[in-house]
Design a binder for this molecule. Structure first.
Ligand code: ADP
Ligand code: ADP
Length: 221
């Protein structure tokens, strides 16, 4: 059976992190979210975190150089040899080239790019209602994935917060950056016959079902 060496691609708020976590539960592959890794660095106050905090809060992309080292180190760990989900990387054409180089150096190849296709209107709605636990990073939604108890995390009762970059003004900016820099990757990977486009406009259960079916097919190929 084929390994699941995957990229999850899609606009901010498409549901990449949510669906990736469900795939992790089923297939046990590591979820590599560059956004989560960078946010962890900011919370820890590390050198990397200090460098990226204001860029992230303003909704801009962090430099390709910083991402290169972060992703290369993570993909080089032993747990990636049986599969992985890259979520939030690559974000532009230069990062896609850098990823080609990284994968070649560590002797891995991509199985597929899962493109979660959702309208701008729907992602803006999903993001404006996204709330996260500042302690364990679990992601909720005030409409579609509510915490059991109104405003605190189900797992550790920490009050939920809205990400700084999820505030309305920044969301538009991030979406525009996605259209300008990240959306061209759909064409790139289509040209390589590696894209699988998923209609991600339905409920989480529905999207999970489509993705699981797709992954089963990919594994059998
Ligand atoms: P979302 O899940 O809403 O798409 P992420 O959590 O992936 O957002 O990313 C949050 C922020 O982290 C980005 O706006 C950017 O500042 C930074 N970031 C994450 N991944 C990358 C990347 N591959 N290149 C540059 N910046 C990144
Ligand atoms: P991304 O990682 O692509 O930025 P998230 O997984 O964080 O997206 O999802 C964005 C928001 O939308 C979160 O609040 C999440 O709970 C919610 N969400 C995710 N998938 C769906 C879906 N299929 N339908 C409705 N809401 C969703």
């Amino acid at each position: 059976m084929k390994n699941l060496n995957l990229i999850f691609l899609g606009p901010p708020g498409a549901g990449k992190g949510t669906i990736a976590k469900d795939v992790v539960e089923r297939y046990g592959v590591p979820h590599i979210s560059t956004g989560d890794m960078l946010r962890d660095a900011v919370s820890a106050g590390s050198e990397l975190g200090k460098k990226v905090k204001s860029v992230m809060e303003s909704g801009q992309l962090v430099s390709d150089e910083l991402l290169f080292d972060l992703v290369k180190d993570r993909l080089s760990k032993k747990d990636c040899v049986n599969g992985f989900i890259l979520d939030g990387y690559p974000r532009n054409l230069d990062q896609a080239k850098a990823l080609d180089k990284i994968l070649q150096e560590i002797n891995l190849s991509l199985t597929a790019v899962i493109f979660l296709d959702v309208s701008e209107e729907e992602v803006v709605k999903r993001i404006s209602n996204r709330r996260v636990c500042p302690k364990c990073s679990r992601v909720y939604n005030l409409i579609s994935l509510k915490p059991k108890n109104d405003t605190v995390c189900d797992d550790d009762s920490t009050p939920l917060i809205q990400r700084e970059d999820d505030k309305a003004e920044t969301v538009r900016k991030r979406y525009n950056i996605y259209i300008e820099k990240t959306a061209p990757l759909v064409k790139l990977y289509k040209g390589r016959n590696q894209i699988v486009t998923i209609d991600a406009s339905g409920t989480v259960d529905k999207v999970d079902e489509i993705v699981f079916n797709t992954l089963e097919e990919l594994r059998q190929e």
